[in-house]
Structures are given as C-alpha cells and as structure tokens.
Design a protein around this ligand. Structure first.
Ligand SMILES: Cc1cc2nc3c(=O)[nH]c(=O)nc-3n(C[C@H](O)[C@H](O)[C@H](O)COP(=O)(O)O)c2cc1C
Length: 239
C-alpha cells in the first residue's frame, strides 16, 4: 500500500494504475480525498467541478451499460472532447502517443500492433474502471469552458496526489467521454455540465503484469527556458 508521506513522494509514485484489488475504500476516505482535492486553486475560486462517485451495484450497473454500448459500437459524438482523433495529433505528440501505446500494449501486454481484438479487450476494461472498487466521473460547467477545464485538471491532480497520501492509486480516464449519453442516463449530470473524465480509485494490484508499467518523461531542458541576464532584444514596435 505504501502511502506517500511527502508531496515529492506522492508526485513520484503517482502513475496511472490499470489493475486494482477489490479491497473496498470506505466512503469516509473517499470524502476526505475529495475534500482535499477541492482545496485546489480555481479561477476566482469558481470551483466549477462536480464529482459522481460510484460503488457497489450502482457501479456494476453503469459498467454493464457502458460495456454493452462499447460492444455495440455506440460511440457517441457531439459532446465536446479535448482529445483529438488518433490520426490528427501533431508532432511531437503523435510520436509520444505512439510510444505510450507501444509500451502499454506491445511491451507490457504482449499485444501485437495488428491484434485489434486483444487491444480492444484491454481498452474495454476502462469501463470497469480497471476493476477499482470506486469509480468517479468528473464533470465541469460548460461556461466558461476553457477556464473550467484548467480548474478540473488541478482538481484531478489534487485528487490523484491525495490518493497517494492514503496509499491509494488512480487512473484518469478520458475514454468515458465517448459514452456520455450512458453516463447521463445513470448520473444526474446537469445539462450545462460536460464530462471531463472518469477516475478509477482503489488499491493497486502490484502482482498484475500491468503493475510494473511506467511511462517516461522528456528531460527538463526540453521544455524549459531560463531567463537570467537583463539583455533584451528590442524590436521596433509596429506602428
Ligand atoms: C485527462 C486524462 C485522460 C486519460 N484517459 C485515459 C484513459 O481513458 N485510459 C487510460 O488507460 N489512461 C488514461 N489516461 C492516463 C494517461 O495515459 C497517462 O497519464 C499517461 O500515459 C502518463 O502515464 P502515467 O499517468 O502513468 O504517468 C488519462 C490521463 C489523463 C490526464
């Protein structure tokens, strides 16, 4: 379980967990994590998030309907999704995405690139929250959307790090957006809210072969520019 006791430890040990033990997480614990996550910053303290927490029969019923929709190819369109279609990612993100897929599907799960059924079988597990005992659905107000999505991201990170402090793991899951009509049938999501993602929450099954999968990161110098000297290149202002 190894709870993180510092922020650094929580950051370093957070990962997207895709195999959970059935060990239940008490409701009071979930409430405590959500209270911590709600201390996240938000634009003008607008707190535009709402969270739907599913356990037990409610989670099983949602999963059954989601899997049915998935198996029948009832992927929904129309709802805003922040994730572009697989073939429209520009570089360098396209390559990073491909690398992520290779690490997960080929190297960890041993599924060949043309094993569509095998890969679909793994993707399908998203809708069971990867076996986690707690499934959450995060939504935000549609207006003003851009700011709300940033706030939702901060809330999500707050929740994921707080979970580590309690020895729990998480996985953010944009895959739920594809079946938002099913979510809307099961949950009381206001019309003026958008589904941001699902979140699996529970204790990691470290013995599962997915338990060892880790992603890499670009080095700091690849995305940071430091400015120290006062030298500024003055360019003529346009008249
Ligand atoms: C907004 C968001 C949506 C995501 N959606 C999914 C998803 O639907 N299914 C999944 O298995 N992982 C999902 N992930 C996890 C990412 O693949 C993961 O964060 C990334 O590969 C980096 O790996 P790490 O979280 O283990 O460090 C999502 C992550 C974020 C932040």
């Amino acid at each position: 379980m190894n709870p993180a006791s510092t922020i650094e430890e929580a950051m370093a040990t957070r990962r997207s967990c895709r195999a959970f033990l059935p060990t239940p997480v008490p409701r009071a614990q979930v409430e405590r994590l959500l209270a911590l996550a709600s201390s996240s910053a938000s634009n003008s303290n607008s707190q535009p998030w709402q969270v739907h927490v599913l356990t037990g029969a409610a989670k099983r019923a949602l999963t059954a309907d989601l899997l049915c929709a998935y198996d029948e190819g009832r992927r929904a369109v129309g709802e805003f999704a922040y994730q572009p279609a697989a073939d429209s990612w520009p570089e360098p993100f396209r390559s990073r995405r491909r690398r992520f897929g290779e690490g997960l599907y080929s190297e960890t799960l041993g599924l060949a690139a043309d094993d569509t059924a095998g890969r679909s079988g793994h993707h399908r597990r998203n809708y069971d929250f990867f076996g986690a005992p707690v499934g959450l659905v995060l939504t935000v107000s549609r207006a003003p959307l851009q700011g709300a999505l940033i706030d939702a991201g901060l809330f999500l990170q707050g929740l994921m790090l707080s979970a580590r402090g309690a020895g729990l793991h998480t996985c953010a899951q944009a895959s739920f957006i594809d079946y938002h009509p099913v979510l809307r049938r099961h949950l009381t999501i206001p019309d003026d809210h958008l589904v941001v993602c699902g979140i699996a929450l529970g204790y990691a099954d470290d013995d599962h072969r997915l338990g060892g999968y880790r992603t890499s990161r670009e080095p700091v110098e690849s995305f940071v520019t430091f400015y120290d000297s006062a030298a500024v290149t003055h360019q003529a202002e346009p008249v």
